[in-house]
Design a binder for this molecule. Structure first.
Ligand code: ADP
Ligand code: MG
Length: 755
């Protein structure tokens, strides 16, 4: 996996060929004993090695168009699934069309005219199309779609979906949904995602698929028959036929279920095999703790907190301690809503390592976040000490240090030396801590704060780093502030164990959230800020996101502060904070905000996490429509942190908001539950963003959806667990192993098969 990417890609071809040969020879042996006459079923691998030009109607030019759709080979073609289907039994003959109804009409284009508006009029040209289906004529008009004149030529067969209207005694359809279906028979007509740009019509894809399927013959089914029967999954050759050319919609559904299951199974196998491979190949540290005996330092820490741990925090810490006690390295994901109190839990893991003489590291995705974590952690451990035989008292202060690119050279060399010698107990920094030339005396536990991003790369870098010194893998806790829906977490973070800190510490109030969509509500927001400040409370104003550098962002924060002081917030003490300020300046501002010397803090999203001022009761987010849901939720988490009634105003003019933005802002008004918002976020953004860098390329889910196919995700998970438990390297399931390599990528999958 450490090979440079292109070298490993080059190696992929021969490697696949080797697998193919060995699989073929083992198959030949087994078929000798049974029915030797039957040709071996074809494997997907062989389809992937055939360019689409092997098909009769596809020459180099067509192939280039297919290429624009991402279809290079026959496997790409067969996994380019229809986006929807026309059920022609629902189709209405033109002669029977009723005005006012939405219908599906399939007909032949007879005449196409582009009609220009009279000179001087500002109307755009319209395209008028006459179609005929053997029972009658229908007039179809396209407004603002001049390209239809080229797309629809006489004799082409089209499926039109739209509402029938009447105009001048004639039945018409305006701007219907159009699919070029070709002169195809069959009750269900597949409609492929095809781009106008690539110039490939749906019927052309259908024809190519049909030829490919016919010539491919029987395809190998990688799932053993008994398993298939138990799960009531359609046989795979039939599934490919049925998804592209179903006889009924029921058949299509069964085919989809089978093929979606295969997609999910490949991913679940991958994450479970990664987990097993990791556990069997690594040597961890058995920390001297247990869920019952927390140890002196950890106990002193929890006793020093100004609050009782919640039940969820208690449970989370116990789960972590039990992992840390075990010789298998911990690999755990800590999830919880904003304000659930994850910091205390994460710090407990670090302290459990420190009390046994090890060091802990906390890594954040950005410098700003690292600084904030550093401030919070330092405060939390104030007054704690660790044994130190070289001191007269036999102990010293617990040392927390921060290492960043801004650390000066002299300070840096002092810190790195102290880390190497064990003089620093906990270090906070960015992910760069891993790549830089930093070594530890004894790194025992690492907390990675992943925030909104889900990187797997850092995790493997971390293992390698851990092994460089001492030879053991440090325990790892990955923390996400963005709740992830369970099925998605199971898949995306499937190689990690999951701990959820659910519920909030008691006494939290629900933050009243208002989408300030017009001037009046916006004025209410500023009124509220003044009213709360008058009561001795504080307010945040979050500035619009600024594209470009932190410097530009800093300038806009200062400008906004000046504007507010001379306008809406005249007479109030308004401060500002942004990412370009030095830590010391930031700390000074935060201290002033805490005491009330600053009443309103104008800020960038640097305040997103880590900042905790209980007297803050109002937040105004400007241009809220431009923020993502997860980010809005995080920001809102800065208010409502005590028992004081709190508000969050989301400014975003209704007219300017797109429909997705509108859904986000409405959702924020309706719920403060991070998990509910996460589900919705997944729905709005699609799963691509969640899978992100974890599953690249062909393994992207084509059919299956982590959101809609929850039951199927669970099923695939269970089946994958069963298979790996009895056959950890898929020796008895060679077809599955081969397809994982095929879809997930040779280099990513390879290490899973090594014993
Ligand atoms: P998050 O899960 O968002 O990281 P934090 O760890 O920042 O949450 O905690 C949010 C706030 O709640 C902090 O002020 C923290 O001190 C406080 N807190 C944490 N645990 C408890 C608890 N058990 N009872 C009361 N307050 C708590
Ligand atoms: Mg926090």
């Amino acid at each position: 996996m450490s090979r440079p990417p292109d070298a490993s890609r080059r190696a992929a071809g021969p490697e696949l060929a080797r697998i193919a040969r060995s699989a073929a020879s083992s198959r030949a042996q087994s078929s000798e004993s049974s029915k030797a006459a039957l040709p071996a079923p074809r494997r997907l691998w062989s389809l992937a090695s055939k360019p689409v030009t092997v098909l009769n109607k596809i020459g180099p030019r067509r192939a280039a168009s297919f290429g624009e759709l991402g279809i290079e080979n026959v496997l790409d073609l067969l996994t380019h699934y229809p986006r929807r289907y026309h059920d022609r039994s629902r189709q209405v003959p033109v002669a029977e069309l009723e005005v006012g109804r939405e219908v599906l009409v399939v007909a032949e284009v007879r005449r196409v005219r582009t009609i220009r508006a009279s000179p001087g009029s500002r109307a755009r040209p319209r395209v008028e199309v006459d179609v005929h289906d053997g029972t009658g004529w229908l007039k179809v008009t396209f407004f603002n779609q001049p390209w239809r004149a080229k797309q629809l030529c006489p004799t082409s067969h089209v499926a039109l979906f739209g509402k029938i209207t009447e105009f001048r005694d004639q039945r018409r359809m305006a701007n219907p949904v159009v699919d070029l279906v070709g002169n195809r028979t069959g009750r269900i007509v597949p409609i492929y995602p095809s781009s106008d740009k690539a110039g490939v019509a749906s019927w052309e894809l259908a024809e190519a698929v049909s030829e490919a399927l016919q010539r491919a013959g029987v395809l190998e089914d990688p799932l053993p028959m008994p398993l298939r029967e138990r799960l009531e999954l359609m046989e795979r050759t039939k599934a490919f036929h049925s998804i592209h050319a179903p006889a009924t919609m029921g058949e299509q559904l069964a085919a989809r279920r089978r093929l979606a299951f295969d997609e999910l199974l490949r991913i679940e196998l991958m994450v479970i095999m990664s987990k097993v491979a990791l556990e069997s190949s690594s040597k961890g540290i058995s920390h001297e703790v247990s869920p019952q005996r927390w140890g002196p330092l950890l106990e002193r820490f929890t006793n020093s907190l100004p609050f009782e741990l919640t039940a969820a925090q208690h449970r989370a810490i116990k789960e972590i301690l039990s992992d840390m006690a075990s010789p298998v390295p911990m690999h755990r994901l800590l999830q919880g809503d904003v304000g659930a109190g994850k910091t205390v839990v994460a710090l407990s893991a670090l302290l459990a390592a420190v009390q046994g003489g090890y060091q802990g590291a906390l890594m954040a995705p950005t410098e700003v976040l690292a600084e904030q974590h550093h401030t919070v952690l330092r405060d939390l451990v104030k007054g704690l000490s660790v044994p130190d035989a070289t001191r007269l008292d036999g102990e010293r202060q617990l040392e927390v240090a921060m290492l960043s690119s801004k650390t000066g050279a002299a300070e840096r060399s002092r810190l790195t030396a102290a880390l190497r010698q064990g003089g620093i107990d906990i270090v906070v920094g960015t992910h760069a801590l891993l790549t830089e030339d930093i070594s530890f005396a004894a790194l025992g536990a690492v907390v990675v704060d992943e925030q909104h991003r889900f990187g797997v790369e850092q995790r493997s870098a971390l293992r390698e780093k851990g092994r460089l010194f001492g030879g053991s893998d440090p325990d790892l806790l990955v923390m996400t502030a963005t709740p992830i829906p369970r099925t998605a977490a199971m898949t995306v973070f499937g190689d990690l164990d999951l701990t959820v800190v659910d519920g909030l510490p008691s006494g939290r109030v629900c933050v009243k959230t208002v989408w300030a969509a017009d001037r009046e509500l916006e004025a209410e927001a500023w009124d509220r800020v003044r009213a709360e400040v008058a009561l001795g409370h504080r307010a945040y104003v979050v500035c619009p996101l600024v594209e470009g550098s932190e410097r530009i962002e800093a300038r806009s924060v200062m400008a906004e502060r000046d504007r507010l002081v001379s306008d809406e917030l005249a007479g109030l003490a308004v401060g500002f904070i942004h990412g370009q300020m030095r830590s010391r300046e930031k700390e000074a501002v935060m201290a002033a905000f805490r005491t009330g010397e600053i009443q309103v803090l104008v800020a960038t999203t640097v305040i997103e996490v880590g900042i905790d001022v209980p007297q803050a009761t109002v937040m105004v987010i400007e241009d809220a429509d431009r923020f993502g849901l997860a980010q809005l939720h995080q920001l809102r988490g800065r208010v409502g942190r005590a028992e004081l009634e709190s508000w969050c105003y989301l400014i975003g003019e209704r007219d300017r908001c797109g429909s997705d933005a509108e859904r986000r802002l409405r959702a924020m008004e309706q719920t403060t539950d991070g998990f509910t918002l996460a589900e919705l976020d997944l729905e709005i953004r699609g799963e691509g963003t969640i899978l992100g860098s974890r599953q690249k390329g062909r393994s992207d889910l084509n059919l299956a959806s982590l959101r809609k196919d929850r039951d199927l995700v669970q099923l695939a998970r269970k089946v994958a667990e069963e298979i790996v438990a009895s056959d950890p390297h898929l020796v008895d399931h060679p077809g599955l192993g081969e397809e994982m390599r095929l879809f997930i990528g040779e280099d990513d999958a390879e290490f899973l098969f090594k014993s």
